[in-house]
Design a protein around this ligand. Structure first.
Ligand code: RB5
Length: 147
């Protein structure tokens, strides 16, 4: 795993917020890899979500941030990948719990429904909150326990 690189992906609806998130990461000196999209031209969220999820599962990036209009489509996409635990977060407390209780390795955001301040708070909390482990370790272990 590369602990220092954050992966980013969005569709056209999430593109403006993804670009804003990059300014936050630049400000804080955090490294990232942007898997696209790279404009507001209409595209399919799954294409970019799969690229990001693949990078997270292969350890090329340590955590991912994915943005589409509602957050739902790209969240559904990345959660199809074994080993991805992506949390759709719309406030900082949900983001904190996604890391602390679910050890989420990917943050999905609803780009059309978050202010810049909300986004900044969510991203900051997501990137700094550690997994609590303990009772939550066994619980997340059961997520992929499909018979
Ligand atoms: C694009 O218009 C929109 O449908 C997409 O960004 C996302 O919200 C889907 O879940």
């Amino acid at each position: 795993m590369n602990p220092s690189i954050i992966g980013l992906a969005s569709d056209h609806a999430g593109y403006p917020l993804k670009e804003f998130i990059k300014t936050l990461l630049d400000r804080d000196g955090k490294s990232y890899t942007d898997f696209g999209t790279c404009s507001t031209a209409a595209c399919n969220y799954a294409e970019y979500g799969h690229l990001l999820a693949d990078a997270v599962t292969k350890g090329r990036v340590s955590l991912g941030i994915a943005v589409c209009g509602t957050g739902n489509g790209i969240n559904m996409t990345v959660n199809k990948h074994a080993g991805i635990r992506s949390a759709l977060c719309w406030n900082k407390e949900i983001a904190r719990l996604a890391r602390a209780h679910n050890d989420a390795n990917l943050l999905a955001l609803p780009g059309r429904f978050l202010s810049l301040l909300e986004t900044e708070q969510i991203v900051e909390v997501f990137l700094t909150t550690p997994f609590e482990g303990g009772r939550h370790l066994a619980r997340i272990g059961l997520i992929e326990n499909i018979e």
